[in-house]
Design a protein. Structure first.
Length: 110
């Protein structure tokens, strides 16, 4: 509330639980997961792994060779990827397609 400006700010988001608080119960490094590509950037792609939680798939983790994100994935695409680094306390998750090659896909994702 800003009395000097005669303004009141409201937020529905503050009433909702932070989706990052319970991620450690469901995700871990080395886990194979499904996600949906939401945005592309020069340095990689953002992948929604559950509502309100996006992880980064860096270009260096897309292929053994240097690629552009749009050459590998597209917005709206569902992909299978591997959690390479998991830092929920920092709200950071890094993904890898490159390290997924050769991994067993037998139900590690929940």
């Amino acid at each position: 509330m800003d009395r000097e400006a005669n303004k009141i700010s409201l937020s529905l988001k503050q009433l909702q639980e932070d989706p990052w608080t319970s991620l450690s119960d469901r995700f871990h490094e080395g886990q194979i997961i499904q996600g949906k590509v939401t945005k592309l950037a020069t340095f990689g792609a953002f992948v929604e792994i559950e509502p309100g939680v996006e992880a980064l798939l860096p270009t260096a983790e897309m292929s053994e060779r240097q690629v552009r994100p749009e050459d590998v994935v597209e917005v709206g695409q569902e992909i299978t990827t591997l959690i390479k680094r998991f830092r929920p306390e920092e709200k950071r998750i890094s993904l890898s397609l490159r390290d997924l090659e050769g991994k067993d896909n037998s139900g590690d994702a929940e």
